[in-house]
Write a protein that binds this ligand. Structure first.
Ligand code: MN
Length: 741
């Protein structure tokens, strides 16, 4: 928006009007001008200009937003009822109901409570006589934060009635800020502060960046003149340098993207003083860091190109951690969409990049007002408008179809704003939540930990149950416990304690984490107990987890604890490791079983096999069988020339090296309350598993039987299974492996 302090004549306004305005639209605006001009004729601004210039400037700002004609007419008339002898009835008679209600809305918004109670000269933002204030609750008097929130509350309520009123009010405030230097000095700072407190948040909520940044920079200049000048000077000082760098960067980017068939418009992004200041505060960075950041904006034809361009940029330069934001997939509350990233550019200094489509760009600059822009022009922009309405609708779960701008504005008031409630924190910050939200939703919105520890709530100072629905304007204070977590009840839909998905998912995450911690402990205990029973020490859990496809041992323990992973699977995996033989620390009980079992012919178990003397296969080598006449099969290496050349392909057999069985003697100890047939049960169990008992000794002392056995087992899996089965026999207290030797 072009900043201009000078008067704008009527002709200039008429030129500025959107082209689609027809004759009657222009007539309406002319009529409104004549009424306003006559009504304000005797009045002047502080600058000495005729008052009507203010009305024309407001109308001109509105024209640039391409609002419907009745809004521009109301903009021209916005101060008449407040400041002149013109009455609402006059306006109703001459202009009808719509314009009347717009002018009335703006007049009412003018009566907002003042932000600074200490200011005895408090006047309105306009150059007009002191006006009466709307009485506000005595409890709210005196604290600035309370009055800010009360004002915001009223502002939001007014906006809920008709968003067009807010456009006029914002245009009014913008022109007053542009001409603030003419205002009496004692008023400037207060009006500027009110702009930052009230009007910038409203412009932000409506997504009208064009108005938001200008209001912010104008206001910041008066609220904090020192910082403003400091940043402005540093910016100016580096400007030529920065601009020449940006030119090179832009050329590079255009080329790089063109090589990848992406058409992009690239512009350097102006840095606004207030946003730099906020960034310095938020990130706690010195100005040097912020100043050095060059910022560019890419406008590309469609969403796939956005991500493609992002990918190219991220592969060309190193992205800076935590600087990437995908507002396309997750738009901001005010529907702002864009990809944000920052990379370390070739000169080793940061470069900020925003990537968006044309539509997203329009929406980013003009917010809700972008829709009137879509309306004019090509079929494509009509389509974009429809698409945008559709996405808005699905985002807000709108009901009926919205066909044109007028309907859109209407449904803004019924659907978008009234689906939300505006709540205030004890500090006076406004938070908007879906209608039906409860104190718990509010608590989670403020901070996850406040949500977890929420035990009660006060609304406007009164204790309320946690299922109480919040209403716009409520000031909510959350009572928290020092520690502890959410209640399971909060997830019970029937109890209506939590409305927002955001809070629900945070609660679920908390429970999941609790369960994970419990399961982790339990899983670890289970495994450690089993390993101890098997006499295994110094186990590498990292390796074990990796081999079972877990990222960390903790993940493995959690699955073990919740039962998804049986302990036997871990032991089995473990016994397949080579060093398991070392863990047995003893040699095999028998020499390896000989070659009768060494070869397994798939599907033909027990077939006589002999080793091919031509190639002498060794265990482990890929082998193949050849069916002989009367001598079973001969085993060859798969790369044996005889096999490769044979024409009798149908006589070839798939074979593999069989399992070479070995057993290992393992001493175990069983403790039990002695009973009839105990030893017998144990030996039956071992016989059942075909386990040989190499040695046995029984000691009974005061009805406690102490059995020491040496059993010959194949592997850990078998040992683990046997010990478990023995422990499950009646009267057995424990069975575990004893140290070898
Ligand atoms: Mn005004």
């Amino acid at each position: 928006m072009k900043s201009t302090n000078s008067a704008i004549p009527l002709e200039k306004l008429l030129e500025q009007l959107p082209e689609k305005y027809i004759g009657t639209d222009r007539d309406l605006i002319m009529r409104a001008y004549r009424v306003a001009e006559e009504a304000h004729r005797e009045q002047t601004r502080h600058s000495g200009e005729p008052y009507i210039n203010h009305c024309l400037s407001v109308a001109s700002i509105l024209a640039e937003l391409r609002v419907p004609p009745e809004v521009i007419a109301a903009g021209l008339l916005h101060d008449t009822v407040e400041d002149t002898s013109v009455t609402l009835a006059d306006i109703r008679r001459d202009f009808g109901e719509t314009i009347t209600s717009l002018v009335d809305g703006v007049t009412k918004l003018t009566h907002l409570p003042r932000v600074s109670r200490g200011d005895q000269h408090a006047g309105n933002d306009d150059d007009k006589q002191e006006t009466e204030e709307i009485p506000i609750a005595p409890a709210l008097l005196g604290r600035k934060e309370d009055i800010v929130s009360e004002t915001l509350r009223k502002t939001f309520l007014a906006m809920g009635k008709d968003v067009r009123v807010m456009f006029i009010k914002l245009a009014d405030r913008l022109h007053n800020m542009r001409t603030l230097s003419y205002a009496p000095e004692h008023k400037r700072k207060r009006i500027a502060q009110e702009t930052l407190d009230i009007f910038c948040p409203v412009a932000n909520r409506l997504g009208i960046w064009q108005i938001k940044w200008e209001l912010e920079d104008l206001a910041f200049r008066y609220v904090n003149p020192t910082k403003y000048r400091e940043i402005a000077e540093l910016l100016t000082e580096k400007r030529p340098d920065r601009e020449s760098q940006l030119e090179t960067i832009k050329e590079n980017l255009v080329q790089l993207l063109a090589q990848n068939n992406i058409k992009a418009e690239i512009s350097g992004r102006p840095k606004h003083i207030y946003s730099i200041y906020k960034k310095m505060q938020k990130k706690d960075k010195p100005f040097d860091m912020v100043r050095d950041v060059r910022a560019v904006r890419l406008i590309v034809p469609d969403i796939p190109s956005c991500y493609a361009a992002l990918g190219i940029i991220h592969t060309s330069w190193r992205p800076i951690k935590d600087e990437f934001d995908d507002y396309i997939a997750a738009p901001k509350d005010n529907f702002y969409q864009s990809l944000h990233t920052a990379v370390i550019y070739e000169d080793r200094r940061p470069l900020e990049v925003q990537i968006r489509t044309h539509d997203m760009h329009l929406n980013a600059e003009y917010g809700i007002a972008a829709h009137w822009r879509y309306k004019e022009g090509t079929k494509q922009s009509d389509k974009n408008y429809e698409q945008h309405i559709n996405s808005l609708r699905s985002m807000m779960e709108w009901g009926p179809d919205v066909r044109d701008a007028a309907e859109f504005v209407e449904s803004m008031h019924t659907d978008v704003f009234q689906d939300r409630v505006y709540i205030f924190t004890p500090r006076g910050d406004a938070i908007d939540l879906p209608a039906g939200s409860t104190p718990i939703d509010f608590a989670y919105h403020v901070h996850t930990d406040i949500g977890h520890c929420c035990r009660g709530a006060r609304i406007n100072g009164k204790l309320v149950p946690l299922y109480q629905e919040l209403k716009t304007g409520d000031q909510v204070e959350i009572l928290t416990a020092k520690r502890g977590g959410p209640s399971r009840d909060w997830l019970n839909v029937n109890l209506g304690l939590v409305k927002t998905q955001r809070a629900r998912s945070k609660i679920k995450v908390w429970f999941k984490k609790q369960e994970d911690e419990q399961n982790l402990q339990q899983g670890r205990d289970t495994l450690e107990k089993e390993l101890q029973r098997l006499g295994l020490k110094d186990i590498n859990f990292e390796k074990m987890a990796r081999e079972l496809n877990y990222k960390t041992p903790d993940e493995m323990f959690i699955e073990l604890g919740n039962g998804d992973l049986p302990v036997s699977k871990i032991i089995k995996q473990f016994s397949q490791q080579e060093e398991v033989l070392d863990i047995f620390e003893i040699s095999p009980a028998h020499s390896p079983a000989t070659s009768t079992n060494a070869i397994e012919v798939v599907g033909l178990k027990g077939m006589l096999t002999t080793m091919g003397r031509c190639c002498n296969p060794m265990p482990g080598e890929p082998i193949i069988g050849f069916v002989t006449r009367g001598r079973g099969a001969t085993i060859h290496r798969q790369d044996c020339p005889n096999i490769l050349q044979t024409k009798d392909r149908e006589r070839l057999l798939q074979v593999s090296w069989g399992h070479i069985e070995r057993t290992y003697p393992v001493p175990i100890k069983i403790k039990a309350y002695d009973r009839q047939g105990l030893v017998n049960d144990i030996s039956n169990l071992l016989a059942d598993e075909s386990i040989n008992i190499a040695d046995v000794a029984v000691n009974t002392n005061r009805s406690i039987a102490d059995l020491r056995l040496v059993i010959e087992v194949k592997d850990l899996t078998q040992l683990s299974r046997i010990l478990t089965r023995i422990e499950n026999l009646p009267n057995v207290m424990e069975a575990h492996r004893t140290n070898p030797g």
